[in-house]
Design a protein around this ligand. Structure first.
Ligand SMILES: [Zn+2]
Length: 572
C-alpha cells in the first residue's frame, strides 16, 4: 500500500479527550486512511519523533470574510496550527449586498470589526449579490486553510431594508425578504446565522450597526426558520446590561427560551470572567448553548508603529503625527515631555468602544517582554523607577527604539476561574476575532498561548484536555462533522508541534493591507507542519506552495434529516 503522506513516530492526541499514543498517521486522497503502525510507504513522509500529532485546529470565531480575498494563506491564524476558520460572526458579512449598496455592509463592518474600508475596496473583487454567490466566490479563491461561513444579520437587514436598516424595525415585507435570503444562504451551505446586539458594535459615524435595530421578535423569527429548516447554529454578540440586573435577567430568559424552543445551538463569547451559569442551566433544560472562550484575556496591543493609548489626546496627536525620528527628538525634549505627561494624566480620552484606545488602566497595562508568560504592569515598572507611568511609556519608547509593545487587558481573571471555564464541556477556546481588529489585537495566537502557557508553563491542563478545546469542540459548534478529530475516514487536517517549544513569537507591524494600511502579525515557534486536506501547507512555520484549503459547505437537510447528524460536504 502506498499513501500520499505518512506522518511517522509521532505521539497522537486525537482530539477526543482520550490518552496519547505512539502511532503513525497515513493519508490518502485528502482523508486519514489509517492510524497505527503503518507498513506502507508514503510518497511524502514526515518524521514526527518528539512531536504531538493533533487534529488541525479549528477557529470557530473569526472575521476572515474580507481578508481571504487578499491573503491566500490565512495569516496569521495559519502560523498557529489553525486549518479551518469559521467566519461571519457577530452579524458581520460581506453578503448579501447589491452592487450599489456595498457601502452599507462596509459601514456595518468597518468600525465594529476595525477592518479598513480602503482594504475592502481595493482588495476585494465584489462579484456577488446574494450570500450563495459570496460562498461561490470564496470557493473559487485560492486558499491555504478551510473556511466555513455564516450569514450575518447586519448584512441581511441592509439587503432587505437599505438605509432603513439603520433606523427602523422590520415590517412584514422586510421579514419576508430576509427569510428568503436566509433560506438561500443555508441551502448554499452557510453553517449558521449570526447577530450582534452589543453596544460596542457601532458604525464609523457613531450609529448602531444594523442588527442592533432589530426587535427580539425579528431575531426569534429568523432563528426559528433556521431551526425548522436547517441544522445551522446561531452566534450572538450579547446584549450588555451593565448595572441593570433586571434587563440582564430578561435578556438571558429570552436567549434560553430561544435555545430550548428552537433546538438551535446558540453560542456567544464567554470572556473576561463571564459566568457559564446560563449555559449550564440551558443545557440542563434541554437546549444547546455554548461559550466561546479565550485563554489569555482579551487585550489591546499598542505600539509606536500603530497606535498608543495616548493618540486620542491632541497634545500627543501633534507629536505622533511626525516621523519617528522627529518624535524621538520631541520625546527627549523636557518641555515637550512635561506637556505630554500632563496630557496623559489629565487629558480627555472621550467615549471609546471595545478594543479602541481608552483611558489607560496602568494596573492592567503590561509591557510585553514575554509573549506568553506574565509581564510586568506599567504601574509596577513605573513604581520601581520612581516615575509616572506616562513618563515610563516615553522612556521605554526611546530605550527600545520604538519597538516596545504595550498590552492593555480589560479584565483580570483567576487561574482557577479561567481553567474551569475552559474545562466546561459546552465551551470551545476560540474567541480569536482573527481577521478583525488587525491593528489593535493579536488574539489570532490564542491557540498557541493555550499550549505554551496553560499546558507547559502552568501545567493546569494536560494536552489531552487542551487539544479538544481547539479542535473537536469548536468543530462541533458549527457541525463541521469531518473536522476536529483524527479518525480514519475524516478529512486529513493535521497539526504537528513540539510541546516543549510551541510558543507565540513577538508580534510585528507590517503594512501589507491593500491600500497600505498596517496591521499586527504574530508567528509562532514549535509548529513542525500543518496539513490541510492531506497536503502539507505549513512546514517549520512557513507556508509551502500548496493552497489546499476548501470552502466547507454545510449540507443541512430538513428537520427529518436531523437525525442523521448532517454531513458536512467539502467542496472541491
Ligand atoms: Zn467577533
Amino acid at each position: 500500500m502506498t499513501y500520499d503522506l505518512v506522518v511517522r513516530n509521532g505521539t497522537v492526541i486525537d482530539g477526543s479527550g482520550g490518552p496519547r499514543r505512539r502511532a503513525d498517521v497515513a493519508v490518502l486522497g485528502g482523508k486519514i486512511a489509517a492510524i497505527g503502525e503503518i507498513d506502507g510507504a508514503g510518497r511524502e513522509e514526515i518524521d514526527a519523533e518528539g512531536h504531538i500529532v493533533a487534529p488541525g485546529f479549528v477557529d470557530a470565531h473569526t472575521h476572515m470574510d474580507a481578508q481571504l480575498f487578499w491573503d491566500d494563506l490565512g495569516t496569521y491564524s495559519c502560523y498557529h496550527g489553525v486549518t479551518s476558520a469559521v467566519m461571519g460572526n457577530c452579524g458581520f458579512t460581506l453578503a448579501p449586498a447589491r452592487p450599489n449598496e456595498r457601502a452599507l455592509v462596509v459601514r456595518n463592518l468597518e468600525r465594529a470589526e476595525d477592518i479598513a474600508a480602503e482594504a475592502m475596496a481595493q482588495g476585494i473583487d465584489w462579484t456577488w449579490s446574494t450570500y450563495a454567490e459570496y460562498l461561490d466566490a470564496v470557493e473559487k479563491q485560492s486558499k491555504g486553510i478551510n473556511y466555513a461561513g455564516c450569514i450575518g444579520h447586519s448584512a441581511l437587514r441592509t439587503w432587505a431594508m437599505g438605509e432603513r436598516a439603520f433606523t427602523e424595525t422590520a415590517n412584514a415585507q422586510d421579514m419576508a425578504v430576509m427569510a428568503e435570503e436566509l433560506r438561500g444562504a443555508l441551502a448554499a451551505g452557510a453553517v449558521g446565522f449570526t447577530t450582534s446586539r452589543s453596544h460596542s458594535h457601532t458604525t464609523s459615524d457613531d450609529r448602531p450597526v444594523a442588527s442592533r435595530l432589530a426587535s427580539w421578535e425579528e431575531v426569534v423569527e429568523l432563528v426559528g426558520i433556521m431551526g425548522r429548516e436547517s441544522q445551522g447554529a446561531f452566534e450572538i454578540a450579547a446584549e450588555a446590561h451593565h448595572g441593570d440586573p433586571e434587563g440582564l435577567a430578561d435578556y438571558e430568559r429570552r436567549l434560553q427560551e430561544l435555545a430550548v424552543s428552537t433546538g438551535v445551538p446558540i453560542m456567544y463569547g464567554v470572556i473576561g470572567g463571564k459566568s457559564t451559569k446560563l449555559i449550564d442551566d440551558t443545557v440542563a433544560k434541554g437546549g444547546r448553548m455554548h461559550g466561546l472562550t479565550h485563554c489569555r484575556g482579551v487585550s489591546s496591543l499598542y505600539s509606536f508603529h500603530t497606535n498608543i493609548v495616548y493618540d486620542v489626546l491632541p497634545e500627543w496627536r501633534e507629536v505622533r503625527s511626525k516621523p519617528l525620528e522627529e518624535q524621538r527628538r520631541l520625546l527627549s525634549d523636557p518641555q515637550v515631555r512635561a506637556r505630554l505627561v500632563h496630557a496623559g494624566k489629565y487629558g480627555d480620552y472621550g467615549n471609546r468602544l471595545g478594543p479602541e484606545a481608552s483611558k489607560p488602566n496602568y494596573d492592567r497595562l503590561h509591557v510585553m517582554q514575554s509573549t506568553y508568560k506574565p509581564n510586568p504592569t506599567l504601574r509596577q515598572m513605573a513604581d520601581e523607577r520612581g516615575i509616572d507611568p506616562v513618563e515610563l511609556v516615553i522612556d521605554l519608547a526611546l530605550e527600545s527604539n520604538f519597538e516596545v509593545f504595550f498590552q492593555q487587558f480589560y479584565n483580570t481573571e483567576s487561574d482557577e476561574g479561567m481553567v474551569a471555564t475552559l474545562r466546561n464541556p459546552n465551551t470551545a477556546m476560540t474567541f480569536s476575532d482573527a481577521g478583525a481588529h488587525v491593528k489593535s489585537i493579536i488574539d489570532g495566537s490564542i491557540q498557541t498561548h493555550l499550549l505554551a502557557y496553560w499546558v507547559r508553563e502552568k501545567q493546569l491542563l494536560t494536552l489531552e484536555e487542551a487539544i479538544p478545546m481547539i479542535t473537536r469542540q469548536p468543530a462541533e459548534l458549527w457541525r463541521l462533522h469531518d473536522r476536529g478529530l483524527l479518525r480514519e475516514g475524516l478529512a486529513a487536517d493535521i497539526t504537528i508541534f513540539d510541546p516543549q517549544r510551541v510558543a507565540p513569537r513577538m508580534p510585528y507591524v507590517t503594512s501589507d493591507l491593500p491600500g497600505g494600511a498596517s496591521r499586527f502579525v504574530q508567528k509562532a515557534d514549535g509548529y513542525k507542519a500543518t496539513i490541510v486536506n492531506g497536503q502539507v501547507f505549513m512546514r517549520d512555520g512557513e507556508a509551502t506552495a500548496a493552497r489546499p484549503g476548501q470552502l466547507l459547505r454545510a449540507r443541512h437537510g430538513d428537520r427529518k434529516g436531523r437525525a442523521d447528524a448532517g454531513a458536512l460536504a467539502t467542496a472541491h
